[in-house]
Design a protein. Structure first.
Length: 395
């Protein structure tokens, strides 16, 4: 059954060898013979140069495909490799989850910070940071952008989504969680780590084809992000030694969840706009074209939004489980276990969506479903659970 395919590959290989077969001219003397020898030498040099170019081009793209076609370590079981299922323990006084008193000094590591460390290591050390790779930014021979393909941009979008979640968490660690009642000075390690995570995700050593970024040499994004790992580790070491603050009060948990809800709400809005091929106009009393489309498998930009949202939910899958441990007293005293379980369930279900080809079809489509709407639905369920938790905490 595969014989025609094997024959085709064999013909291609024989043609390749015939094209680059180098034949040295016979040593002859005389005018015409000498000219023929020079022309033969020129052909050899041209073919040799072309062969070298093709080999380099092949290496350039093979290394890109090797890094871009799958994400190493993207299992949803990763939080259990990080979390220690114990609550934050105050060494001197009991925790006051309602915000009364001054019980916010902890002598234990923050699981949120440990989760940040894990996600950073996963994205920039165990995987190549694709958004800044020159092969990715140049596209296919500088003609076709990888964002316009159904496969080769998925990892970059996924990593960008993870980065969005880590950036939000980094901001909240500096502004709220890592300082006393949000009024004391910002922790230096947390603040520097936040600055590193805010760096341009497309920076590489040199950026000659992009006027928005410095020509170079500069530190690439992957190195800047990786530099936040020891900063977070130092903060957690100081926190464990009772030399830093982590304010695990109920009002801080409310604010943390509110900010996350806004971020994922923005993602839902982008997904919804892209998936709306038609919408009902109450004034005209009829359906009219929407902002998006219903092209199904042939909307090669839909996967960018889908994978970015998937990356966000993948990161929040771990970060919110870590928050549950850091705010264990609040969760227990306010009986948040069941609603928190539902929130984690919907986040995991969104992060687990993994179609072979992202389809942006009609919501009632059969052959080409609407994966963007399915992602939006799961995210909205998790967002509703966040609102429930906020309402309970505000009572």
């Amino acid at each position: 059954m595969l014989d025609p395919l094997f024959d085709f590959i064999a013909k291609l290989w024989r043609g390749f060898l015939a094209l680059f077969k180098l034949r040295l001219p016979k040593p002859e003397e005389g005018g015409p013979e000498k000219m023929r020898g020079m022309r033969a030498t020129g052909r050899i040099a041209w073919r040799g140069g072309l062969l070298i170019f093709l080999i380099l081009f092949l290496i350039w793209n093979v290394t890109f495909f090797w890094h871009v076609l799958w994400t190493r370590g993207d299992t949803l079981a990763y939080p259990q490799d990080v979390l220690r299922q114990t609550a934050m323990v105050d060494a001197e006084q009991p925790t006051s989850p309602d915000g009364g008193g001054d019980a916010n000094r902890t002598c234990d590591r923050s699981q949120i910070v440990d989760m940040q460390i894990y996600l950073l290591d996963l994205m920039v050390n165990r995987n190549e940071w694709v958004p800044s790779m020159p092969q990715y930014k140049i596209g296919l021979a500088g003609i076709v952008e990888w964002e316009a393909t159904p496969f080769f941009d998925n990892k970059a979008s996924f990593q960008t989504g993870v980065l969005i979640a880590m950036r939000r968490t980094a901001v909240e660690l500096v502004d709220v969680l890592g300082r006393e009642r949000g009024t004391s000075g910002a922790d230096e390690d947390l603040d520097t780590a936040r600055g590193r995570l805010q760096s341009d995700e497309q920076l590489w050593w040199f950026n000659p084809f992009d006027d928005r970024r410095p020509f170079g040499p500069v530190q690439p994004a992957s190195r800047l992000f990786a530099g936040a790992i020891p900063l977070y580790a130092d903060y957690n070491d100081r926190l464990e030694a009772c030399d830093a603050l982590f304010d695990a009060r109920a009002d801080n948990l409310i604010q943390f969840l509110d900010r996350i809800a806004r971020d994922i709400g923005s993602s839902v809005d982008q997904l919804s706009r892209r998936s709306t091929g038609r919408q009902y106009d109450a004034t005209l009393d009829q359906f009219v074209p929407g902002e998006g489309n219903d092209r199904g498998w042939f909307d090669f930009r839909a996967d960018n939004l889908f994978m970015e949202a998937k990356g966000q939910m993948f990161a929040y899958h771990g970060l919110l489980q870590a928050a549950r441990v850091d705010f264990a007293d609040v969760v227990a005293q306010r009986n948040l276990e069941s609603v928190w379980d539902r929130m984690e369930q919907h986040i995991a279900e969104a992060a687990a969506l993994n179609p072979l080809i992202v389809s942006n079809g009609r919501e009632d489509g059969v052959l080409m479903p609407d994966h963007l709407s399915i992602m939006s639905e799961n995210i909205l369920r998790a967002r509703t659970n966040m609102s429930e938790i906020r309402d309970i905490l505000q009572r």
